[in-house]
Design a protein around this ligand. Structure first.
Ligand SMILES: Cc1cc2nc3c(=O)[nH]c(=O)nc-3n(C[C@H](O)[C@H](O)[C@H](O)COP(=O)(O)O)c2cc1C
Length: 191
């Protein structure tokens, strides 16, 4: 399996408007592949402006926020490419699309690293951060996964939250649970 890094990817459209979404960057030799599912704004933006910025952050509220309609996180202009960097990121990479492999489900944009910068020391991670990330992935796939699998995974992830979450992880988890509760209510009506 390739190594995949979970990052906050920012892209811009032809009018220069930025869009932020969590995406996994897939290692491929010296390059990083961005693989957005169709349809998505990240995909449209990469076609219009072939650059992406990957911000590495330990603030998991950004992952949970983007999945729950809270995308308005502060940014600043990137150093070398057209795009923006997440303020407060521990480090970031600026990427330029080199090749595109078309696919009906998930086109792949293989990117070269144009610039990398570190901004502050990484402070370590806890289990709750990983749990929020996993829960955010579940929330992005509610329409694809069987309900029993979602409920079983949530039960396990809650253990890490109850044991190790700080205020940021608690807040992120709360946003995700609002979304899960709405999905539960919707699902109960269908059954
Ligand atoms: C940790 C994490 C990794 C994700 N990785 C991907 C990915 O590689 N490709 C993708 O299409 N969506 C991925 N998603 C879901 C997207 O963030 C979400 O669907 C997003 O809204 C993309 O669509 P957009 O560009 O229209 O906003 C991921 C979500 C999370 C929480």
């Amino acid at each position: 399996m390739p190594r995949i890094i979970e990052t906050i990817v920012t892209t811009i459209n032809a009018d220069g408007e930025a869009h932020m979404a969590p995406l996994g960057l897939i290692a491929e030799g010296e390059r990083w592949v961005v693989a957005p599912f169709r349809p998505s704004r990240t995909l449209d933006n990469l076609r219009a402006v072939p650059f992406a910025v990957a911000s590495h952050t330990d603030d998991v509220r950004v992952f949970a926020g983007c999945l729950t309609g809270r995308r308005d996180w502060p940014t600043r202009a990137a150093d070398k490419v057209k795009g923006v960097v997440l303020e407060g990121a521990v480090s970031h990479w600026e990427l330029a699309v080199e090749t595109v492999t078309e696919d009906d489900v998930r086109p792949r944009f293989a990117c070269g690293l144009v610039h990398a910068a570190s901004h502050r020391p990484w402070q370590g991670f806890n289990r709750a951060q990983a749990a929020v990330l996993e829960c955010a992935v579940l929330v992005s796939r509610l329409h694809m996964l069987p309900p029993e699998k979602i409920e079983a995974e949530l039960k396990y992830l809650e253990i890490a939250i109850s044991k190790t979450a700080g205020p940021r992880e608690e807040e992120a988890w709360g946003w995700l649970m609002e979304r899960i509760d709405a999905w539960r209510a919707e699902h109960a009506q269908k059954v």
